[in-house]
Write a new protein. Structure first.
Lengths: 128, 145
């Protein structure tokens, strides 16, 4: 799904619009606030099928970015109206991660994405 | 390729910089032509260990060594040590503070995750400190074709 369509779907804004290395597409998403859960599960996602992944989280710190960086997730969607600090936005620019934010809850955000064919981690693995 | 060796200092509760060792090691591994999946495996182990030093210890250091056939990583902290290693290796067991949980960690998955991604892991601990030694073997399949 194109990033522009995602922004409209969940009424979100992009925090680092000028990021030249940022990807503008989301194919699948993983939702968590505890980063070890993402590290434990997404390590099984082979890179050749896991392109254009997004992390949906309420954690607006460097640790969400580092987790995404390590797992090759290209986008982070902050939920519940959380806004990242300037230093977090600068780190996202440096490592090439797209940061977007919505006031919607995690459940509603995930539901809307799922209904619009943004895949789950399980369905990406099952399809491949 | 030339051997790589780098030492990093890790400060207690310095959560803002946690992940720096993993990030810089990721860059080095990519530069050496290793596959994204291998790089991810190694950096997950390093990141989890780095977080453990930040949230559980009084501080420590890490030495990352990379050769053509192995990535060898040692984390050493200065205490207070792990009371029961068997419990710490049990998925879901956690002694993490609210501070750690507020920052997205402390789910009790760190050491089990390190154990599952590394080819060899040795963990020793006393009140004076904890030493974690991880090895990741590199074979021909780990390099981009």
């Amino acid at each position: 799904m194109e990033l522009k369509a995602v922004l409209e779907l969940i009424n979100a804004k992009q925090f680092n619009q000028e990021c030249p290395r940022c990807v503008r597409e989301i194919n699948y998403a993983f939702v968590c606030d505890l980063m070890s859960d993402a590290l434990m599960l997404l390590k099984k996602m082979p890179s050749h099928i896991g392109a254009h992944g997004a992390l949906v989280t309420g954690l607006v710190t460097n640790q969400a970015l580092r987790t995404a960086e390590i797992l090759d997730l290209e986008t982070i969607i902050f939920v519940r109206g959380k806004t990242p600090s300037q230093s977090v936005i600068e780190l996202a620019d440096e490592i090439g991660i797209t940061l977007i934010g919505t006031a919607l809850t995690m459940y509603r955000t995930s539901g809307l994405l799922f209904m619009n064919n943004v895949k789950s981690y399980e369905s990406v693995l099952e399809e491949n | 390729m030339e051997s790589y060796s780098r030492e990093f200092k890790i400060q207690k509760n310095d959560i803002g910089n946690a992940g720096t060792v993993a990030s810089l090691t990721k860059r080095e591994l990519k530069k050496r032509g290793l596959t994204r999946d291998f790089v991810k495996t190694v950096t997950i182990g390093i990141y989890e260990a780095e977080i453990n030093v930040v949230i559980h210890s009084y501080g420590g250091n890490c030495v990352v060594k990379i050769d053509d056939d192995i990535v060898d990583v040692v984390f050493q902290d200065i205490g207070p040590g792990i009371e029961c290693i068997d419990s710490a290796l049990t998925p879901g067991f956690s002694t993490a503070s609210h501070y750690a949980i507020e920052n997205g960690f402390g789910a009790g998955m760190g050491l089990p995750n390190i154990q599952s991604v590394s080819d060899e892991m040795k963990l020793t601990s006393s009140k004076e400190g904890t030493r974690l030694h991880m090895k990741f073997n590199i074979d021909g399949d780990c390099y981009e074709s």
